[in-house]
Design a protein around this ligand. Structure first.
Ligand code: HEC
Ligand code: HEC
Length: 314
């Protein structure tokens, strides 16, 4: 059995599970800690060319990005809600359930790898793969660019943003530029990290203390409360579908809004997910009181997008 759970603070203030430290070494401290805590607040979104962001946002909900012009990125990733869908698994164009639950696009830019298996390192390569994937969009960036060239208003937007009409490169760049703006700072937990002691209730603070003392923090940590390690799933007891055995630890940012949970979408509620995590990953049967406190804590990780808490009704 690999023992991955011991944690130690480094001099720089980042916390690294000992066994993972070797794999992770250089990436670990990219988001410099602003407090002594093993989780750091989300930074404000980086400045980006507003014309490219607006164009990317437009493409994100454009059905011409799909083979049959009948689905867009927004079909599965609702940025007006949780950045994902509320289905356990979305479907292929033929209506068959996908292999994986849809991950939220919020804060994806801050994870070290993308997708449940962490196959992609950049938003451009993840997006390129999703576009080409016949189960998702089924259309190459080259074909999409050709389709878009037929539209006068979109072509004008591309010319304004890139000095040329749509092509495979700027289609991917516009989408990735938009995705990078999808961060959700301003959660109550971040305000607490930044020194506002009134931002959390006693129960929420107790939940965070448990999250650390039980060892959740060994895997869920850093700016995205996850998204910076690969780990086994189902270490002590079965968790979800046993394959893939190793996953990128998911980010828990906005997790209260992203039910259902796990790579196969098998946990319907956060309570179920937390209880299963305790048993499967830490060999700990959590009491109801512990589950309540941790769930309350996780609720403080909901941030703000475009002035509105993530997942709140319009
Ligand atoms: C049919 C549903 C569906 C559509 C349409 C879709 N996605 Fe996804 N998206 C998924 C699923 C499922 C995953 C997880 C895939 C995996 O882990 O292999 C995902 C993962 C992602 C991720 C990785 C997030 C992370 O944190 O790892 C990004 C970024 C993303 N999608 C962006 C897009 C963009 C951009 C489009 C449009 C070009 C798009 N998606 C269209 C279902 C969809
Ligand atoms: C050994 C590493 C590890 C530990 C320790 C750990 N987790 Fe996880 N966590 C994971 C992995 C890997 C997944 C993805 C599992 C899957 O999808 O099958 C995950 C998934 C989750 C999810 C679901 C996220 C989503 O979007 O679907 C929640 C919630 C969660 N963990 C909370 C916790 C809590 C609370 C603790 C402590 C009681 C904890 N985790 C301990 C590695 C860990």
């Amino acid at each position: 059995m690999l023992l991955r759970l011991s944690v130690r603070p480094t001099r720089a203030g980042c916390w690294i599970p000992v066994a993972a430290a070797l794999l992770w070494a250089t990436a670990s401290c990219t988001h410099a800690a602003t407090t002594d805590e093993p989780i750091t607040p989300l930074p404000a979104a980086l400045a980006a060319n507003p014309l490219r962001v607006a164009l990317g946002a437009r493409l994100f909900s454009d059905t011409r990005l799909s083979r049959d012009d009948n689905r867009s990125c927004a079909t599965c990733h609702d940025v007006g809600a949780n950045g994902a869908s509320n289905r356990s698994r979305d479907t292929t164009p033929d209506g068959i359930a996908l292999n994986f639950n849809t991950t939220t696009v919020f804060n994806a830019a801050l994870s070290f790898r993308l997708g449940w298996e962490g196959k992609y390192r950049t938003l451009e390569s993840q997006t390129d793969a999703l576009l080409r994937n016949p189960q998702i969009m089924g259309c190459t960036p080259e074909t999409i660019a050709q389709k878009l060239q037929g539209n006068v208003s979109l072509t004008a937007d591309f010319e304004a943003a890139y000095g040329r009409g749509p092509d495979a490169t700027n289609v991917l760049d516009a989408l990735a530029t938009f995705l990078r703006t999808l961060t959700t700072p301003g959660s109550r937990f971040d305000r607490w990290l930044e020194g506002d002691a009134t931002a959390l209730s006693t129960q929420e603070v107790a939940g965070y203390a448990l999250f650390k003392s039980l060892g959740c923090i060994a895997c869920h940590q850093g700016v995205n409360v996850g998204g910076n390690l690969f780990e086994q799933q189902g270490i002590f007891h079965p968790l979800a579908r046993p394959q893939p055995a190793v996953l990128r630890v998911p980010s828990l940012r906005n997790v209260a809004t992203t039910a259902p949970y796990f790579h196969d979408g098998s946990a319907p509620t956060l309570r179920v997910a937390v209880r299963k995590m305790g048993l499967a990953q830490l060999n700990t049967t959590l009491t109801d009181e512990q589950v309540d406190a941790i769930v309350a804590y996780l609720g403080t990780l909901t941030g703000v997008y475009r002035g509105k808490p993530v997942g709140a009704p319009e």
